[in-house]
Design a protein around this ligand. Structure first.
Ligand code: ATR
Length: 280
């Protein structure tokens, strides 16, 4: 795509079905404007049965790459000719880079987003100091388990309502699993506690947890970001614990894609956080 001044408009976007809810255009649109880049980041609604055809069409139109959301995060794997080690381990792709020859490189930046969100809030946080407890055993939990293994976390405990799923994830990644009811006790010796379930999200039931006996240095994270301050985080703060909200993970996971497509390493600013909070 060429503009009237002759310079090429760099194109990227996000594919999903439905796609109207995606916050990615807001994030990338903010960065394009901030850095004065002649680029376009659009939503592409692609039905599952049209994935291969429509992606091929986007490549032919000259797209540099795209983010991938539900329901394509797993099915896009087979269209990628190369995967990053993270995407391979997690079994899901959220960021695709179109290479010069038109082939696709798929990666997963959710773990990157998770780690950088924590580092943004607590710059000297030592992941290798104490065990981490993860509530939930879905896609988000998988990417966080992988990221924590990379950070040399000494023990990772996956605690899920459906124990079989926690067991399967723990077996696959060589970590530990626990019964759902154990969550109240696991916080006593943990350094990091992460909610990856939908509990506490607007319209969902609250997450019930007893934090009274938690290690005083426990860092409590929620990946839910609507509301930003979930009941879990409010309770943790009230108990004197440090907390990390979920929006930063969404913002930081977008950074590697933006850099790859538009050639600029973007910054997560307070202005961007406010923009997203107001749109949530
Ligand atoms: P994501 O990809 O965002 O991780 P997901 O794969 O749908 O989403 O996983 C949702 C997680 O929230 C699961 O771990 C789910 O627990 P189950 O495996 O038992 O379904 C958890 N979850 C959802 N509702 C829950 C509830 N009411 N109580 C406890 N856990 C819940």
């Amino acid at each position: 795509m060429n503009r009237t001044d002759g310079t090429a408009l760099i194109k990227a976007g996000v594919i999903g079905h439905p796609i109207g809810h995606s916050k990615s255009p807001l994030i990338h649109g903010y960065w394009l404007k901030k850095y004065g880049i002649a680029g376009d980041y659009s939503r592409y609604d692609i039905a599952p049965e049209n994935l291969a055809r429509d992606v091929d069409h986007l490549i032919k139109e000259g797209i540099q790459g795209f983010n991938v959301t539900i329901p394509h995060k797993q099915t896009i794997l087979k269209l990628c000719s190369e995967l990053s080690p993270e995407a391979e381990k997690i079994g899901a792709v959220n960021t695709v880079i179109v290479r010069a020859d038109g082939t696709l490189f798929g990666t997963n930046t959710d773990g990157f987003g998770f780690i950088h969100n924590i580092r943004d809030s607590v710059s000297n946080f030592d992941f290798s100091r104490k065990p981490a407890v993860i509530l939930g055993a879905g896609g988000a939990a998988r990417s966080i388990v992988c990221a924590l293994i990379e950070q040399n976390c000494p023990k990772i405990i996956v605690c899920n309502r459906t124990k079989d799923k926690a067991d399967a994830l723990a077996l696959e990644f060589g970590v530990s699993s626990a019964d759902w009811d154990e969550r109240h006790f696991l916080v006593r010796s943990a350094g990091l506690f992460i909610n990856t379930t939908s509990l506490g999200m607007v319209g969902q039931p609250p997450l019930i947890i007893d934090l009274q006996d938690a290690d005083p240095k426990l860092l409590v994270c929620d990946i839910v970001y609507v509301p930003l301050m979930t009941e879990l985080l409010k309770q943790a703060q009230g108990t004197g614990l440090s907390v990390v909200t979920g929006m930063g993970m969404l913002l930081h996971q977008a950074r590697p894609g933006f850099e790859a497509w538009f050639g600029q390493s973007p910054e997560v600013t307070d202005e961007l956080r406010t923009l997203l909070s107001n749109a949530a």
